[in-house]
Design a binder for this molecule. Sequence first.
Ligand SMILES: NC(=O)c1ccc[n+]([C@@H]2O[C@H](COP(=O)([O-])OP(=O)(O)OC[C@H]3O[C@@H](n4cnc5c(N)ncnc54)[C@H](OP(=O)(O)O)[C@@H]3O)[C@@H](O)[C@H]2O)c1
Length: 262
Amino acid sequence: MLSQDLTGKTALVGGSTQGIGLASAQAMAAMGARCILVSRNEEKLKLAVQTLDTKAGQQHGYLVADYSDVNTVKTAVEGFVANNDVHILINNTGGPAGGPITAAKPEDFLMAFQQHLICNQIISNLVTAGMKKAGYGRIINIISTSVKIPLKGLGVSNTIRGAVASWAKTMSNELGEFGITVNNVLPGATSTERLDTILNNKSAKTGKDKHEVEQEMIDEIPARRFGKPEEIAAVVAFLASPAAAYVNGTSIPVDGGRTGSI
Ligand SMILES: NC(=O)c1ccc[n+]([C@@H]2O[C@H](COP(=O)([O-])OP(=O)(O)OC[C@H]3O[C@@H](n4cnc5c(N)ncnc54)[C@H](OP(=O)(O)O)[C@@H]3O)[C@@H](O)[C@H]2O)c1
């Protein structure tokens, strides 16, 4: 059995005060990793750190940074890597606002591009030196199933997600020889605040009751339910582990079977 132990590994986890990011940190901490959470809200970060397993004797921490302001991200991560090696990077942040692509403004694309692709690029380039030194690196990007099939009403998001997936595949080609893998996890509809916002917006836009909107979404999922953040996190944690060393350059939907492509 290949190892899924993360003892001695440091994981930098973006967008991690709640939802998929926090669940991913919790899963990796339970496998022994030291987790450094990165988000905007310091109070929520302090509370989130307290939820992480410390059985392996690890000391978790956090960095305050806003991915919509790339300089805050660069400064925070640069400061951390000056004295610490990172072995696992989870690129994750809040999703772009919804809406049809025909209504999107150029600045909406620019903002989403900065928050998602440029931040991924900056952080990844800051941590790969430590990964190369360790001969162990895992870069895992939380994107969306829209990488496979664009989702209705998410014009800016669909566009930026595709760019991030291409960026990741290219990165995986360049870093594979150093023992570093780069993979994408594509969540389907997952019960988090993000999904709640999407449901509320759809309900307001269509005039339908929120439960009706929810049921319509569930009807399109073969599993007939929304995902749980910990179900996405389980795949993230596996990809972060030594056992996943030969999984590289992939985009893995975790969506209860919703995505209609092979
Ligand atoms: N849930 C779904 O159904 C679903 C499906 C497909 C894709 N996704 C994508 O998966 C990712 C995570 O989704 P989620 O559902 O876990 O979202 P969520 O519940 O809204 O959580 C987002 C997390 O990101 C942090 N964050 C938001 N904006 C940030 C910023 N500008 N800088 C730094 N941190 C920021 C938030 O913390 P602070 O407020 O403390 O900063 C929070 O911890 C998103 O990109 C989302 O679009 C989600």
